[in-house]
Ligand binder design. Sequence first.
Ligand code: CP
Ligand code: NVA
Length: 313
Amino acid sequence: MRHYLQFKDFRAEEYAHLFERAASIKRRFKNYERYQPLADRTLAMIFEKASTRTRVSFEAGMYQMGGSVVHLTTGDSQMGRAEPIEDSARVISRMVDIVMIRTFEHTKIERFAANSRVPVINGLTNEFHPCQILADLFTFIEARGMNQRGIVDADCLKGRVVAWVGDGNNMANTWLQAAEILGFTVHVSTPSGYEIDPVVAGIKNSACYKVFKNPRDACRDADLVTTDVWTSMGFEAENETRRSAFADWRVDSAMMALAKPDALFMHCLPAHRGEEVTAEVIDGPQSVVWDEAENRMHVQKALMEYLLLGRIG
Ligand code: CP
Ligand code: NVA
């Protein structure tokens, strides 16, 4: 049994498999072809923070694959009344086949997984958001590494430059792990006080990222420019301080112009136009944010298939 708690839980060749499966599963979905390998399987989704994309993509994806879902939040379950996470894991995992959790500290999902009889997927913690990066990488491959017949070339990520502009948060940490495993470089620029921490990110190879004081320098010649909200969920008390600290870390057309001419723009969403990104960029021709959001569902279907049924195809 495997869990998917961090990006580094899988190897490069497993990602190559997942990207191929995601492409195939997406093709079937677009052709209205029924694909229900998870009939009679149940996914429990536990949300301790808000969500639109993660909930809809997992829920719709599981139903499309023939399974069903149970949706729990802290407020409407005993987890919000101090039942230990270990006990919740023991009970829930006796009744369902797979669990997705969105929570605060990463240690919490680790404690759940350690007591779970079934695979556990990280739907976002304070430190990591692996399902999002899975979707982002698949979106990049679709745009730059797939031929007319839909053949996936995961190697197209090798040697690429991804510019990360903004907070050294869960998304940034996960980009670093992906760079280390898949062989690209992240150019990171954060305001001072909001830097990435390679120890928290859990990376060993410092060659997979470069730090830039000026966000414009990070964007220079990048293949992909990406950012995220200035204030992540759980940090709302810092909103005002962050708003002034991050004022120069807004992705705008001038920054995009420094990247490669065919550079893509991504944002995991939800976005705040006029804060971390201008409307011109997120709604402009280089932005692939809607494909990126849709692809959450396709890659997570491939992920659930892999965790529950192993290698198919
Ligand atoms: N990107 C993402 O995880 O979105 P939600 O918070 O809406 O799930
Ligand atoms: N970094 C953001 C991502 C939201 C999908 C957060 O944690 O709130």
